[in-house]
Design a protein around this ligand. Structure first.
Ligand code: SF4
Length: 410
């Protein structure tokens, strides 16, 4: 895609930032990379160097496991694109088709989702579907392993069923089939016919689950649970040898600085790891490692401030970049989030959002603090778009929220 065409694509309503078409934010341009495969440790270190040299040195992993680099200008964005090519990083293009970070390596998977994902991607490309669908339309192929895709805002999800594959449209099971590829492509064609901004929830509302699932067997089988990437994950013996695992680490608020990623990649390489894969849930999954080496890497990552324990309260607080990084933010979200994390007990979830868009957390949280024109809105068991129970001045938000956490939420 030419630069002009790329920029035009970026201005499609709801378009996602990409490497050729980065998005303007409060701290410069943001480029998102959808990797086609894992990074090697040297590639991760190289990408960190590019983040520092071409942008502001901040690398993010999104809730859907995509990489973002921030603080670019036009020249830096062009140099980044060249540098990514020089590192040999393959990027996914076209329709968004997601699989888990451990796809094909996970012994708990009922099937390897990658061949099906590749076949659907190729057929969608031949049919020109990406140009006829809303930019955020995505398909998830869930092999049923440890890092399930449940909880993501997928338009279509395929997961294992007792006999065949379960198909869900906008999170609603519509049936089971032995041949999911043609079913997914037919659903995408129906979605495209509804209009270039339509999402599957619109098609579901217009036609109903029964109509969308006509010709399918009623859905059965378990719904894959959302995977927690933080911790150890067994790896398939055939590919990695016996007793090997991958170590999942989460990034506080989804961010790591270039120096931190370079140090992590260097230590991973010293310990013999050959892949670093961004994972859904703002995490990195690194392997293969034996138990002792996984311990050593976890120790180094924890000392560097990464989240190595799924029970860490930082894991339950989501905060978007906020001010000054985002021009839409009404306040410094992460500063408030860090003040709140110490008092976060009892498994409660908190979402701190600079505006009603709610980029950091698509679902509900026990408590949401949202930046509004009038001040900080406090929403109980909802999203940033829900009605707040109180609106308080921004500089009073930390104290009020602590009181909520200690009393109102019990
Ligand atoms: S939620 Fe609002 S303030 Fe936060 S990153 Fe998204 S657009 Fe910016």
């Amino acid at each position: 895609m030419s630069g002009a065409a790329g920029n035009a694509a970026a201005f499609r309503r709801g378009a996602c930032p990409t490497l050729p078409a980065p998005m303007a934010t409060g701290d410069g341009l943001l480029a998102r990379l959808a990797l086609a495969g894992p990074l090697t440790p040297p590639q991760a270190a190289g990408l960190a160097a590019l983040a520092r040299d071409c942008g502001n040195g901040i690398i993010e992993v999104t809730a859907r496991g995509k990489l973002q680099l921030r603080g670019l200008d036009a020249v830096g964005a062009a140099r980044l694109a060249e540098g990514v090519g020089a590192l040999g990083l393959a990027l996914r293009e076209g329709l968004g088709i997601e699989t888990s970070a451990l796809a094909g390596r996970d012994p708990a998977e009922a099937f390897d989702p990658r061949p099906l994902a590749a076949a659907i991607a190729q057929a969608a490309q031949v049919a020109g579907l990406a140009d006829r669908l809303a930019p955020k339309v995505s398909v998830g192929i869930d092999g049923g392993g440890a890092l399930g895709l449940a909880g993501r805002d997928l338009d279509i999800a395929v997961s294992p069923a007792a006999a065949g594959f379960r198909i869900a449209a906008a999170g609603v099971a519509i049936g089971r089939t032995p041949a999911p590829g043609p079913v997914v492509l037919a659903l995408l064609e129906r979605l495209a016919a509804l209009g270039p901004q339509a999402r599957m929830r619109d098609l579901l509302a217009a036609e109903g689950a029964a109509a969308l699932g006509a010709g399918l067997v009623p859905a059965e089988g378990r719904v894959p649970s959302p995977g927690e990437p933080v911790g150890r994950h067994a790896l398939a013996e055939g590919r990695h040898g016996a007793g090997r695992c991958a170590l999942g680490l989460a990034l506080p608020f989804g961010q790591i600085e270039a120096e931190g990623l370079q140090a992590l990649a260097g230590r991973a390489a010293e310990l013999g790891a050959d892949f670093i894969e961004p994972a859904g849930g703002r995490a990195l999954v690194i392997g293969p490692l034996d138990e002792a080496r996984a311990d050593a890497l976890a120790q180094a990552a924890g000392a560097a401030g990464l989240i190595v324990d799924a029970a860490d309260p930082l894991r339950r607080i989501a905060a978007c970049p906020g001010a000054p990084a985002c021009g839409s933010a009404r306040f410094a979200t992460r500063a408030l989030a860090r003040q709140l994390v110490r008092g976060l007990a009892g498994g409660r979830t908190v979402h701190v959002s600079g505006c009603v868009k709610g980029c950091a957390h698509p679902g509900r949280a026990d408590l949401t603090i949202v930046g509004l024109d009038e001040g900080a809105g406090i929403v109980v068991e909802g999203t940033p778009r829900d009605a707040p129970v109180r609106i308080v001045p921004f500089d009073a938000a930390a104290g009020v929220v602590r009181a909520f956490l200690e009393s109102e939420l019990g």
